[in-house]
Ligand binder design. Structure first.
Ligand code: KDO
Length: 335
């Protein structure tokens, strides 16, 4: 027979333990759920930065729940999900924003952003205020930070012997996969190719079967998604110094305390910077890796590509949507 004294001690311990569990679960239950939807993989540097930098910084009050490879919401549907209150965060693109607000296409225009630093200067410049306000007021999406995706290059199945790309004319008739939104398709045409809309998660298979001739993405993505296994050349067009935005539900943001808002903003900026530096390092180091994998990597006539692409935008429906003076301000912020 357990003595009364011990029995009491055990029952008190059990009660304290139960209270601790309740409190911890209670805290867990009280934590704000932050689901992040992205078409990117878990090993993509933007995803890694969100999991290893953003999540720990907000862990005191928020439960970060990433959904990689388009598993939470298909690529291109995330912003609407946030707007409807079905999702809290996404790694969004200016091209996706342009589906709602065409003026965002200025940030998705070939050969406008010059480098990662230029992207940060533009995102933090007062010229962005109206864009951010529109996203918040009309879509319920707060753009927290700008992420560096990298310089997009043309990546083809054909060998250089089969198809050497020097000018946009050489891409005539090439079936180039581009992401599904109008701004992306326009960029594919501006490069001289015949664009095919396709979500990111289908690209590897489409390249391996020959359903498309090629795709465009920065070198870190070509490696992370293993596109080098099913292609033979990379043409260093650097046609778009591409970015993403850390998109956050305005509804969730407004429910945060001022201190929590400050922490979320700092965490987003820290994650964006961490991912940016990693991506830049990879862009430098991966050329040799890709050459070791047998990829033919070379520069085309960059002046020919830049002038041809920029000429396509002049007078386009996209350029017509750009607020007066914004392009000049963006160019002035470049080095
Ligand atoms: C792509 O689909 O090619 C793209 O690079 C577009 C980007 O905006 C972004 O959605 C990206 O895919 C994903 O994050 C996967 O890297």
């Amino acid at each position: 027979m357990m003595n009364l004294k011990r029995l009491t001690a055990l029952s008190v311990a059990a009660a304290v333990g139960g209270l601790a569990v309740t409190m911890s679960m209670g805290f867990a239950a009280d934590k704000i759920k932050l689901r992040l939807a992205t078409a990117g993989s878990a090993t993509d540097q933007r995803s890694v930065a969100m999991a290893e930098v953003f999540a720990p910084m907000v862990a005191e009050f928020a439960d970060f729940q990433p959904g990689y490879n388009g598993t939470l919401f298909a690529q291109g549907t995330e912003l609407e999900a946030i707007s409807r209150g079905n999702l809290e965060m996404s790694i969004a693109s200016a091209q996706e924003m342009a589906q709602f607000f065409p003026e965002f296409s200025i940030f998705a225009t070939g050969y406008v952003h010059q480098n990662a630093d230029h992207q940060v200067k533009v995102f933090n410049d007062p010229l962005m205020d109206a864009f951010k306000k529109t996203a918040e007021d009309e879509l319920g999406v707060k753009l927290l930070s700008v992420m560096y995706l990298g310089r997009r290059q043309v990546n083809l199945r054909q060998t250089k012997e089969e198809l050497t790309v020097t000018t946009p004319a050489d891409l005539n008739g090439v079936n180039l996969r581009m992401p599904g939104t109008d701004a992306w398709q326009f960029l594919g045409k501006a490069l001289g190719a015949s664009p095919t809309p396709m979500s990111f998660t289908e690209v590897y298979t489409a390249l391996s079967t020959g359903a498309v001739d090629g795709q465009d993405n920065p070198l870190p993505t070509v490696v992370d998604a293993k596109f080098y296994e099913v292609t033979n050349q990379i043409v260093l067009t650097s046609h778009l110094v591409d970015l993403n935005y850390i998109a956050f539900s305005k509804q969730v943001w407004d429910a945060l305390t001022p201190e929590q808002q400050t922490t979320v903003q700092k965490a987003a900026d820290a994650a964006a910077e961490s991912g940016r530096q990693k991506q830049l390092e990879k862009e430098e180091s991966l050329v040799s890796f890709l050459k070791e994998q047998g990829m033919e990597i070379y520069e085309p006539d960059l002046d020919a590509f830049r002038s041809h692409v920029q000429a396509q935008y002049v007078g386009s429906e996209f350029a017509a949507s750009w607020p007066d003076g914004v392009l000049e301000k963006i160019n002035a912020l470049g080095n």
